[in-house]
Design a protein around this ligand. Structure first.
Ligand code: LRH
Length: 483
């Protein structure tokens, strides 16, 4: 009998469900379902369509079973930071809000003014992003205190779905580290942050990533069968990093998708002021280690350009956009891809053009130049991050290894190789789903340790490599363009 594990990977633009199985000593994936993640806007606030996503998760299990797959377990991963609230009678009392709303508020600034940046970072060293769970809770305190007054439990997105499926309430370590309420040294919620910001007693228990939490309740899927629900590395970046098979000692890791999450693995978070000064996050990995990471804006820029152009979001469009960038003149301008003005603009093309004037005093005339500047800007940021990490962590990176859907963009991978002067290895493309699946195999005892995980990934997938073509030119262009 062949057994399958189901990985539900929820991203900001869509959900994907894969069934994984071990076949001839390799991990083999088959796609089960895909569905959009449609954001709903009401009175200027963006919400996730949480029940639609839940229905699609159930539907995906049904599809897998109708296909005759013997499903042993299911794991859900998603973007970080966002959450649902339950009241004491287990009612979902809010529709989870999209983290990007937080760019419109000053809540993080207010929190920093209250207790100081360093104080927060010393207690919970993640990067300062206005959308971290801590600031979202403070936003509820300010704009919807009545919600918090009746809340009993806060559950991040995968844990909320796990709760619907099993009635078990728990969050995993990788997701906890995205909240900015997690104390990395104590490896628990930070009591002082909780006290200082008067956070109600709603935070869930934290379990290690790769833990079984319960079985899918009877009667909610069509077939009456026992399916284990596993907490994988439930933060998608945690799962993506678990799928990177290169040596963590001297590899710059990238999870390339909507975000270009770029970081290095360390056993413990070093005590260094420079981490905070460079706004680097310490996020949890599947094996309990940390990655020191920069959240660089990634394909979000291209998704935005596609929206500005009113083009359909499909492979053809991406090919067309990439071709335009390839044919455009290199180094027309430089933009800081992480500027807040690019995080939620009404019109991405217009916003990038304005950013170019702001950052480099150079005008971008046509759309091809806009696209190329965006892609070059991502690669430049990766290199800046590489240099910072090398200095702070005293690592000499030998290569870059990137996973995720963004690695389909060969031009961007080549740019990253050129900008960093390093070989870039890519694969698996479905890195997050693969990381989710190996977390499940680990939880079920099929894979015993992290070496076995890495070896399995190495022999199961194909990898591509890119060599730097003209790194000097990139260095010079950066020096000239970045004011
Ligand atoms: C990427 C991600 C990232 C963020 C964000 C909110 O999907 O998980 O780590 O911080 O979403």
């Amino acid at each position: 009998m062949k057994y399958f594990n189901l990985a539900v990977d929820l991203g900001a633009s869509g959900g994907k469900v894969f069934a994984g199985t071990l076949q001839n000593d390799k991990l083999v994936l088959q796609e089960v379902n895909r569905f959009p993640n449609n954001v709903v806007e009401i009175n200027g606030v963006s919400f996730w369509d949480i029940l639609y996503l839940y229905n699609n998760i159930l539907n995906s299990v049904n599809i897998a079973q109708e296909r005759g797959l013997e499903v042993l377990s299911l794991g859900i991963d998603s973007w970080g930071v966002d959450f649902g609230l339950l009241n004491k009678n287990r009612f979902l009392i809010n529709n989870p809000i999209h983290y990007r709303n937080m760019f419109k508020t000053n809540i993080m600034q207010e929190a920093i003014e209250k207790v100081g940046k360093q104080w927060i970072y010393e207690h919970s060293p993640t990067q300062f992003q206005p959308f971290n769970t801590l600031y979202q809770i403070l936003a509820y305190k300010k704009y919807a205190p009545d919600f918090l007054e009746i809340s009993k439990d806060l559950l991040t997105i995968p844990s909320l779905f796990n709760y619907f499926l099993t009635e078990e309430k728990a969050i995993d370590f990788t997701m906890a580290t995205t909240t900015q309420i997690y104390n990395h040294r104590k490896r628990s919620w930070d009591e002082e942050i909780i006290k200082r910001f008067e956070i109600p007693d709603i935070l869930p228990k934290i379990l290690p990533a790769g833990t079984k939490i319960g079985k899918i309740k009877k009667g909610i899927i069509n077939k009456n069968s026992e399916i284990e629900v596993v907490l994988p590395a439930s933060h998608d970046t945690g799962s993506a990093f678990a799928a990177i098979s290169s040596d963590p000692k001297d590899t710059l890791f990238i999870s390339l998708g909507t975000w270009c999450l770029t970081g290095a693995i360390v056993d413990e978070v070093p005590i260094s002021k420079e981490l905070m000064e460079n706004n680097l996050a310490a996020e949890g990995c599947l094996d309990g280690s940390y990655r020191i990471l920069a959240n660089i804006t990634g394909m979000w820029l291209i998704q935005g350009i596609i929206q500005s152009l009113n083009l359909p979001d499909n492979n053809e469009t991406y090919d067309k956009i990439t071709k335009m960038a390839k044919e455009a003149k290199p180094f027309t301008s430089y933009i800081n891809v992480d500027d807040a003005s690019l995080q939620n603009p009404d019109d991405m093309i217009k916003a990038i053009k304005e950013q170019s004037i702001k950052d480099s005093k150079l005008e971008l005339k046509d759309t091809s130049e806009v696209i190329r500047t965006a892609l070059e800007g991502i690669a430049f940021r990766v290199n800046e991050t590489k240099e910072k990490l090398e200095k702070i962590l005293k690592i000499n990176f030998k290569r870059v290894h990137a996973v995720g859907g963004g690695t389909r963009n060969k031009l961007l991978c080549q740019f990253i190789s050129d900008a960093t002067g390093l070989e870039v290895i890519t694969g698996p493309v479905e890195g997050t789903a693969v990381g989710n699946l190996v977390s499940q195999l680990y939880a079920l005892g099929t894979l015993k340790n992290f070496e076995e995980i890495r070896d399995l990934i190495k022999r199961s997938f194909q990898f591509q490599t890119y060599e730097p073509e003209n790194p000097k030119l990139w260095k010079e262009a950066f020096r000239k363009l970045k004011m």
